[in-house]
Ligand binder design. Structure first.
Ligand code: MN
Length: 259
């Protein structure tokens, strides 16, 4: 008997479908977002050995992790933002698991970002993408492909100048279009957060977080390998740790993509 799942297994075995890792390595070298100094900061990753086949544990190896929820490739839950704090199913442990799987719409703005690190995705660019690829379906992840993950040096990745960080993001009207009119699952980015580097000074501050999480939508940050995905046709699986009242979580994001 065949069904869509046996066909999927067959496609994976034949190599007709690839599993693409959209996740950055997570370790002490993982860059952490910087905020204006009046705000509390998230720590970097600390990994302490509990035992490693030694007198502390002769046959086993394990570590203690210390890190902020929003570190490395990670998931933003609606409760992360004040606009989403009272929504139902808004935390890592209460989001219905169905919402951890969805189709991907990949919008490639790599050339724009190469010319302007502060590039913002506009409604016009979304509508142009839809004229080429079709409407963004309800329940889709919109992944902003910027090429930013090629910045493997932490200083280049964070790109902080005297006036703060410079990295691409979303115009507030684009966030509203995606959250309210397209009813997406959320947006995913290659940068350290789903708002532009300069977004602390926008009106409202951090507009993408404000709009997305206020609408119960999610975020994925510090993605990579978006260049291995088609504009449409891939499926993203992004399930955060089931942290009780968690605002987010490091996550292994994978995509199923046609080869
Ligand atoms: Mn985050």
């Amino acid at each position: 008997m065949t069904n869509v799942l046996t066909e999927l297994v067959d496609a994976l075995t034949r190599g007709a479908v690839n599993v693409v890792d959209l996740t950055q390595p997570l370790g002490p070298a993982t860059p952490v977002i910087g905020l204006p100094p009046i705000f509390a900061a998230s720590p970097g990753v600390t990994i302490d050995v509990i035992s490693r086949y030694d007198e502390r544990g002769p046959a086993w190896y394990w570590n203690t992790l210390r890190l902020g929820e929003h570190t490395g490739t990670h998931f933003d839950a609606p409760i992360h933002w004040v606009t989403g704090r009272d929504l139902p199913g808004n935390a890592c442990d209460t989001i219905p698991v169905r919402r951890f799987v969805g189709p991907a719409c990949v919008i490639d703005v790599t050339a724009d970002v190469a010319a302007n690190a502060d590039f913002l995705l506009t409604t016009g660019r979304i509508e142009a993408w839809e004229r080429e690829h079709g409407p963004i379906p309800s329940g889709a992840w919109v992944l902003l492909r910027t090429g930013w993950s090629r910045r493997t040096d932490a200083a280049a990745f964070l790109n902080v100048a005297a006036d703060g960080p410079h990295s691409p993001g979303f115009d507030v009207r684009a966030s509203r279009l995606l959250a309210h009119d397209r009813d997406v699952l959320g947006v995913g980015v290659e940068t350290i957060g789903t708002d532009a580097g300069q977004a602390a000074s926008f009106d409202p501050p951090f507009p993408n977080h404000t709009v997305m999480h206020g609408a119960g939508k999610f975020g994925l940050a510090s993605l990579c390998h978006l260049d291995q995905l088609p504009a449409t046709g891939a499926i993203v699986i992004a399930a955060p740790l089931k942290i009780v009242q968690g605002s987010g979580s490091p996550v292994r994001v994978i995509a199923l993509a046609p080869s």
